[in-house]
Design a protein around this ligand. Sequence first.
Ligand code: CP
Length: 336
Amino acid sequence: MKSFLNVEDLGDLKEALKEAKEIKTDRYKYDTLGKNKTLLMVFFNNSLRTRLSTQKAGMNLGMNVIVLDVNAGAWKLETERGVIMDGDKSEHLLEAIPVMGSFCDVIGIRSFAGLSDRDYDYAETVYHQFEKYSGKPVFAMETATVHPLQAFADLFTIAEYAPKRNKRPKVVLSWAPHPKALPQAVPNSFAQWMIAAEKQSLPLGGVGECAGMDFVITHPEGYELDPAFTEGATIEYDQRKAFEGADFIYAKNWSCPGVTKSEDYGKILSKDMSWTVDAEHMSWTNDAHFMHCLPVRRGMIVTDDVIEAPSSLVIPEAANREISATVVLKRILQSL
Ligand code: CP
């Protein structure tokens, strides 16, 4: 694997989940695979989970790991071509990338959407520049439009906790309010991965195999995600209807994706607190598990009692980020 951005890059999901289970049983099984190989993790934005889990994954595989926080100690980087660099940016990404590539074997990139230019963000300009100019395999640690390491961990967590009573679990992605404009990367990838899983029988905890899943997205009007990620999904604007019978509630905020009105891209269209996931919302479900990628704003996205309930999966879901990152890095190392 030379690039990891979308679900297709991982191939057969059933195999990937089997591999995740194998790694979780013995996470050091491949601890010599990365000997004398260097992982460079490049962060243009903050991170807690991705930083720790991906670094741990590299160490599980015996790699050397370098972490570069571009905005803390490196030269400030220009990312666009054709500009006159007479401002505060001292170096262009197009020189920095091959220099970075000369010191490592694999590069992970975290680079959020700017949320001002939809075409620039959805072209994944920064990620593709790393692909083109680094000369090394690259993988997304949340880019402008996708967060595949998160979605893989989410799918694995759903596979582990799928209830015995239901061989076709209902999974609901729900928009929830937030005070700041957030990118669409997490919901885009979650939708893409769930839709891919919806069509397949997958190994699920306790029930052997399931016959796929039922996936529903619910959000206020105007928050429609890009169809490239949601084609085939059921969209339900009534949050209560969407929650009825759900086995998993995946809450997340996202700003306007600009699908119906491009001028609204990146804007906050609603802060409707009736969408906050509380105990009443959870009572509409089939004793659903609560999920969120974290970090989460309590009182906005979810109430304290719901996130602290025994059925909340936010901590095992975050812990599974180590597993998804180990599988992805292992695949990349095996293809070097
Ligand atoms: N879920 C996630 O990617 O968390 P961080 O932003 O802390 O890495």
